[in-house]
Write a protein that binds this ligand. Structure first.
Ligand code: AMP
Ligand code: GLY
Length: 423
């Protein structure tokens, strides 16, 4: 084993920044590169498109990269792990076969049915089966859940209150609302409950669970307004107690890993279970084949163990001898966003970053100008993560920091974690 390794991390969001921060702290690390990255101070930025696999390969050879950590789903669904399968470099993330768990909602639902994993009742519909789809909608109680089968940048799920709207939207989706991603639509029964995100890391044989988190998707306080990429996150999640997690493991984690093996899918990487707690019983809302954003911004701070050591366990199939130790402190992350997001918003605003205390600043949509100033460059700009003895204390610290870090048009939610504070 090499004493220290070179890592290339692909991606440019808050998730990747939190991973870069964590990787940077590893005694196993020689050099970290982040492509394309943002204005964050962790790792060396590289102007590479994560979807340009030949360019990634050239860089890997040039810099003697030992491991590629893939942040977002697109390169995985696009087959980056397959592309590098015969090379020396270790890719953290599934091959395209495993990435279908996220790349196709229809595949994911059918996989769950095949392996007896609890999920909402559903029907998968195309233009040809539109009529059956309409009948299925009629058989359901409102609200109605419609999901584009393919990747739609987190926007492919629509929830409608009236049957008429659901029918119209189903037709619209099938006729190209999300391009080819919605040529197939999954209609689902609506599940009522509180959600949480469980992260599994697996080497194809063994697995470990990372700290459980919850994210806040809606733009407005009290979970109102349109869905966003995520306005904040918290860990731990009180209702994900020992009894609940035992059910998650027995009913979801282990059947999922067994199912992958049974289908000949050798899965190495992260599995993100989007779960909903329906009267004490966990059900799967979705699978993702990567870490969550902004969940990673609280999961990495709460992971005490060395992430690089853990990822080497994934690559070398030695995860069974690795440890996952959690920081006992709570963590809350508040996302600063640009006014107007998730609709239209302005970029290029100069950021004011007063002297940093102990609150972590995970850059999301930021960039550096020629003078080294940090400018806003996206809807989600920066995740501020604070620790606390409990989640209320962590939230108070993150919010205080959200007042200090500034830019024109700054917006954030003040109620991140509040629903869990009462539990
Ligand atoms: P997704 O993009 O799959 O994460 O879905 C976006 C959000 O829609 C989820 O986080 C849930 O809040 C909601 N959602 C998806 N499927 C269902 C369902 N069957 N019942 C209730 N809510 C759902
Ligand atoms: N926070 C949800 C996601 O990353 O998809």
């Amino acid at each position: 084993m090499k004493e220290k390794i070179n890592i290339l991390l692909l991606g440019s969001g808050g998730r990747e920044c939190a991973m870069a921060w964590k990787i940077s702290r590893s005694p196993r690390l020689d050099t970290l590169y982040v492509a394309p990255g943002n204005a964050a101070p962790y790792g060396t930025r590289v102007a590479l498109d994560p979807m340009d696999f030949p360019a990634v390969k050239n860089f890997v050879e040039e810099k003697n990269i030992d491991m590629i950590v893939v942040g977002p789903e697109n390169p995985l669904v696009g087959g980056i792990a397959d592309f590098f399968a015969d090379s020396e470099v270790k890719v953290i993330g599934p091959k395209a076969d495993g990435a279908r768990l996220e790349g196709s909602k229809e595949f994911a639902k059918e996989f769950m049915v095949r392996h007896g994993i609890p999920t909402a009742r559903f029907m998968s519909v195309t233009e040809e089966t539109l009529e059956q789809g309409m009948h299925f909608l009629e058989s359901l109680q409102p609200p109605y859940v419609l999901k584009a089968d393919g990747l739609a940048a987190g926007k492919g799920v629509i929830i409608l209150d009236s049957l008429a709207d659901a029918k119209d939207t189903l037709s619209d989706m099938l006729s190209g609302m999300f391009g080819s991603a919605s040529a197939t639509v999954v209609i689902e029964e609506f599940l009522s409950g509180i959600e949480c995100s469980v992260f599994v890391v697996t080497d194809g044989e063994d697995y470990k669970l990372l700290p459980v988190a919850k994210d806040y998707k809606r733009v407005g306080e009290g979970d109102t307004g349109p869905n966003t990429g995520g306005m904040g996150s918290v860990s731990p999640v009180a209702f994900a107690d020992e009894v609940f997690m035992e059910k998650v493991v027995q009913r979801i984690v282990e059947p999922t890993l067994k199912g992958l093996k049974a289908e000949g899918i050798h899965y190495k990487g992260f599995i993100f279970l989007g779960l909903i707690n329906v009267e004490g019983n966990p059900m799967v809302i979705e699978y993702n084949v990567r870490m969550g954003d902004p969940e990673t911004e609280v999961v990495m701070p709460r992971l005490k163990s060395d992430l690089v050591d853990l990822l080497e366990g994934v690559a070398d199939e030695t995860l069974s001898i690795k440890q996952v130790e959690e920081d006992p402190r709570a963590a809350v992350s508040v996302m600063l966003t640009s006014a107007g997001y998730p609709g239209d918003y302005q970029k290029g605003k100069m950021m004011t970053l007063p002297g940093q205390g102990d609150v972590l600043r995970f850059h999301a949509g930021t960039r550096l100008d020629e003078q080294g100033n940090v400018l806003t460059a996206g809807g989600r700009v920066m995740a501020l993560t604070a620790y606390g003895t409990d989640i209320a204390a962590a939230a108070a610290k993150a919010l205080a920091e959200a007042e200090r870090v500034d830019f024109d048009g700054k917006y954030f939610r003040r109620d991140i974690s509040r629903d869990l504070q009462a539990m």
